[in-house]
Design a protein. Structure first.
Length: 409
């Protein structure tokens, strides 16, 4: 048997995702019309002999209750949310729930970060992992040398694929091969994490601490149940014939900002073309609006037949789209109203917002720039004929003048 664990973090972790993470936990933010965490979960369906899926985080249980019960029914695999009382780190969280994870005596444990976007080649990783016969195999990818320092950089043996060296977000360049945050482990991983904790306890007892501040910073970083997978496990185990790498040649992104989430939504829509074309609009002829390229429209949305939508548009539940509306490269969240002839380009429109007639909400679409996409927070009103360009608007604002390159607080 095999189990999968998805690390979802908690409310203090998604701060760069503001203003979209004020009311909705980042892992539930919709990409291509499905919660972010839904994409790794549905990838787990392809794992043979999957017994259970666990989501581990420090969000309140009730935030995930609805999603977890509906996805369990849909997949016919139990999906459980396990809440940590406090953050234990990416490895500490796993260890904290070891008894539950080992309940079915799995031979392998998949561990996935929830904030990565890729095609999760899990069965291929399992096969490679069996061949390498180490304790763990991690998904890796080559990125540009300039962007590598935002990730764990690593060196792998070109022939055996063994992980030889690992440094988390190094200041000086190590390698353009980076950690994708997708792993498969044997249950020995728990022994490795335990080793870090016991070692910490010993060092903490031995150390002479001279000041109050130093004591507190030390106990925080050395707290025996806070264990980071990257620094505390991967780095020390590199080059010991225990960890191996599996390189993906397909797409991969880390979803830390709203800008990147717009890009990832497009990537997942393109993926649906191959894996679940029934989710895309236009295929079944039920929506009469003009649809261009990959578009997701929730069944409860009401779209006027004269609207023109796409490519890369995702429209959530109960959205109303008026006559002559044009939507390109955007995510429109639940209960939004878009009146006649409004235009949205390269933007995210928050829950319950409304756009008046002939309003324009747009951006140049540079996903990496701070104001490269326009974001309207929850319940923002853009009045008739108002133009909003490359801006971020915080929740509950009403715009009756046009703005450009502004953050409206
Ligand atoms: N449950 C729980 N508890 N989850 C946590 C905790 C915790 O205490 N801390 C982090 N996580 C989750 C995050 O939500 C995320 O899904 C994952 O664990 C990793 O988060 P971080 O430890 O903050 O690392 P990161 O996202 O900056 O970088 C990691 O992922 C990159 C790939 O996306 C590193 O492993 C990098 O090396 C890697 O390139």
């Amino acid at each position: 048997k095999v189990v999968a664990v998805i690390m979802v973090g908690g409310p203090t972790k998604g701060t760069r995702f503001r203003p979209l993470s004020f009311n909705t936990p980042k892992p539930l933010f919709p990409l291509a019309g499905q919660p972010m965490v839904h994409h790794p979960i549905s990838a787990c369906k392809r794992i043979p002999n999957l017994a259970q899926i666990f989501l581990i985080g420090f969000y309140e249980e009730r935030e995930f209750a609805l999603y977890v019960s509906s996805i369990s029914n849909e997949l016919k695999v139990p999906v459980r949310y396990l809440k940590e009382d406090k953050p234990h780190g990416s490895a500490g969280g796993l260890y904290y729930f070891r008894d539950m994870i080992m309940e079915d005596s799995p031979s392998h444990i998949f561990l996935l970060n929830c904030d990565v976007c890729c095609n999760f080649p899990l069965p291929d990783m399992l096969e490679a992992h069996r061949r390498y016969s180490g304790m763990g195999t991690m998904l890796v990818i080559k990125v540009s040398a300039e962007s590598a320092n935002q990730f764990g950089e690593l060196i792998a043996d070109p022939i055996t694929k063994e992980l030889l060296h690992y440094t988390e977000k190094p200041e000086t360049f190590v390698s353009d091969l980076i950690n994708c945050g997708v792993y498969i482990f044997t249950p020995e991983i728990f022994t490795a994490i335990e080793g870090v904790s016991t070692h910490r306890e010993d060092t903490a007892n031995l150390r002479h601490v001279s000041s109050f501040e130093a004591f507190h910073s030390l106990t925080r970083t050395l707290s025996k149940d806070f264990v980071r997978l990257d620094q505390d496990i991967l780095s020390p185990l590199a080059g010991k014939k225990q960890l191996y790498t599996y390189e993906t040649m397909d797409f991969w992104e880390q979803i830390k900002t709203p800008g990147i989430s717009l890009k990832c939504s497009a990537l997942y829509l393109a993926q649906f073309r191959l894996t679940s074309p029934h989710l895309l609009a236009g295929g079944d002829g039920t929506k009469s609006a003009t649809v261009i390229g990959d578009v997701y429209i929730h069944p409860s949305a009401k779209v006027h037949p004269t609207a023109k939508i796409g490519p890369n548009v995702s429209i959530s539940a109960n959205v109303r789209v008026g006559a002559g509306v044009r939507l390109i490269g955007c995510i429109v969240l639940d209960d939004v109203e878009i009146q006649e002839n409004a235009v949205i380009i390269n933007s995210i429109v928050g829950w319950k917002s409304s756009l008046g007639k002939w309003a324009r909400v747009q951006a140049d679409g540079d996903y990496n720039a701070k104001l490269g996409i326009t974001i309207l927070g929850e319940a923002v009103t853009v009045e008739d004929e108002i133009v909003v360009i490359n801006s971020i608007v915080l929740p509950n604002k009403t715009l009756n003048v046009s703005v450009q390159e502004e953050i409206i607080l």
